[in-house]
Write a protein of this length. Structure first.
Length: 365
């Protein structure tokens, strides 16, 4: 059985799905591995590094797709790649089915067994496969670094002979994995950090990192059984807007990380709220590609409104692709190890198991 991977479109994606380390691990299961020529040279990883582990280097993506039983990718295949996929192939990746419905349905129609790892359940056995957590951790860290680079003042408090420089104030909206890492990173850089989330359980996590938790009064539990945020009620949104009015006037940097799985990102900052911030402030919207948490947010663009920079993030992982690839490849290996039966020397797609059942894609509506 052969596991294959082809190059991503480098104009939009620099991550890879197999590293020399994980190639060796996959072959340790009794599987073969093949990749396209110059697969990771853009990351400084030459083909020889893969050859040393026993990986077969193919001259084209077509050769890889034709010879592989299982294909692993970062993103959803393109129309051309879909046309080249063989029937009964297994496909694994971060396929974003809510935004790639047409492509996913074409793939399924070809009888390709398809898994999207963003859909994995939040259970202990799936932690080593959790692509959302591994990539979100990096996103939260990188968001703070990029905000600091754009911010035209110092972040930590500094006491100098010329006077005291006050610490920057950072507000993080959404205290999931990315949000908590943003809180931790901003705190380490010396900022005064606060955060808010619809889930009451986030309060303790934020405070454990040294942040202040901004609470909106609510009676309903806004957390799903899987640990994700629910969509909020109109009453909650009104209370949230009132709380934001005061918070935004005080903060220099706002990092937006709020997402609802399978749905567009919730709009939290209206035009009116953004304009309450001081000139020179920054709104950094990690949710821009899913519609954005903030008004004026457009993926891949910086819009300036009354001196306030609204940064719509696009392809953030391309700014640290080596680390992101290393973590993603390890997540994929863990999933493949769970899927492959050494005894049967075949992939065991048992839909009675929660990990397989939750990530397996049937027709997307």
């Amino acid at each position: 059985m052969i596991v294959g991977s082809i190059k991503e479109d480098l104009t939009s994606e620099k991550r890879v799905s197999i590293t020399p380390e994980t190639a060796k691990n996959i072959m340790g299961l009794g599987l073969k591995v093949c990749i396209e020529k110059d697969y990771a040279t853009h990351l400084g990883i030459e083909d020889n590094e893969y050859k040393k582990t026993g990986v077969d280097i193919k001259n084209s993506s077509n050769e890889v797709l034709n010879s592989s039983n299982l294909i692993i990718k970062v993103n959803c295949p393109s129309e051309n790649e879909i046309s080249l996929l063989k029937e009964e192939t297994i496909l694994i990746g971060m396929l974003n089915p809510s935004q790639n419905k047409d492509q996913i349905n074409k793939i399924i129609k070809k009888k390709i067994k398809t898994f999207s790892l963003e859909l994995l359940p939040r259970i202990t056995r799936a932690q080593s496969m959790d692509v959302l957590s591994s990539q979100s951790n990096l996103a939260g860290y990188r968001a703070v670094i990029e905000c600091v680079a754009e911010f035209e003042k110092a972040v930590p408090m500094m006491m100098t002979a010329a006077g005291t420089v006050p610490a920057a104030k950072v507000l993080v909206i959404g205290a999931g994995v990315a949000g908590l890492q943003a809180v931790a990173t901003a705190k380490r850089l010396g900022a005064i950090v606060s955060a808010t989330d619809v889930r009451a359980a986030s309060k303790e996590q934020v405070e454990s990192l040294g942040g202040k938790f901004l609470t909106v009064e609510q009676t309903e539990d806004m957390e799903t059984a899987g640990g994700y945020a629910k969509e909020t009620t109109d009453d909650y949104k009104k209370k949230q807007a009132e709380m934001m009015k005061e918070a935004l006037k005080k903060n220099d940097i706002v990092i937006c990380t709020a997402l609802i799985p399978g749905k567009p990102a919730p709009r939290i900052l209206t035009e009116e709220l953004v304009k309450l911030m001081k000139p020179g402030s920054i709104v950094y919207d990690l949710a821009a590609e899913q519609g954005g948490n903030s008004a004026y947010s457009e993926a891949g663009k910086i819009n300036t409104v009354q001196g306030i920079k609204v940064i719509g993030v696009k392809s953030l992982m391309n700014s640290l692709p080596l680390t992101a690839s290393s973590l993603y490849a390890k997540n994929l290996f863990s999933f493949i190890r769970n899927l492959y039966s050494r005894e049967k020397k075949d992939f065991n797609i048992n839909l009675e198991g929660e990990i397989i059942a939750k990530s397996f894609l049937e027709k997307v509506k």
